[in-house]
Design a binder for this molecule. Structure first.
Ligand SMILES: O=c1ccn([C@H]2C[C@H](O)[C@@H](CO)O2)c(=O)[nH]1
Ligand SMILES: [Zn+2]
Length: 135
């Protein structure tokens, strides 16, 4: 699966967004090292704080199915430039991916920003930071 295909998968995922409040659908496609793609969409709630972003939906689906090794992530929305993941999603990516994993941020116009997990959250707090304290 190349990056163009993964971005197309993110568009498909976006079609399933549940966004009656923001009317801002977002799609994510998370590629596992085994070649499987998990789709994620944002899922809102009348209690706004219960909203789950597209990116975290994809991760939580994968983790809950036992898939924990990831190769790439694509995210798309109808934004003026490439969509920018929120801080919570950047932290969740950091938890489950290596810092150099590619992330393709795009929009419906086809603008693409190729970055990495550590590029999205430089200096992130990681589990390894806690282990150092215990040594
Ligand atoms: O990268 C992003 C940014 C926002 N949202 C969602 C959360 C909410 O449903 C809507 C507006 O913030 O967009 C995502 O899913 N991913
Ligand atoms: Zn988010």
């Amino acid at each position: 699966m190349d990056k163009q295909q993964l971005m197309e998968e993110a568009k498909t995922a976006r079609d399933r967004a549940y966004v009656p409040y923001s009317k801002f659908p977002v799609g994510a496609a998370l590629l596992t090292k085994g070649g499987k793609v998990y789709h994620g969409c944002n899922i809102e709630n009348s209690g706004f704080s219960m909203t789950n972003c597209a990116e975290r939906t994809a991760f939580f689906k994968a983790i809950s199915e036992g898939d924990t090794e990831f190769a790439a992530l694509a995210v798309t929305a109808d934004t003026p430039g490439p969509v920018s993941p929120c801080g919570a999603c950047r932290q969740v990516m950091t938890e489950f991916c290596s810092g150099d994993m590619p992330v393709y941020l795009t929009n419906l116009e086809g603008d693409v920003l190729e970055t990495t997990v550590s590029g999205l959250l430089p200096g992130a707090f990681r589990a390894e930071d806690m282990n150092h304290a215990a040594e």
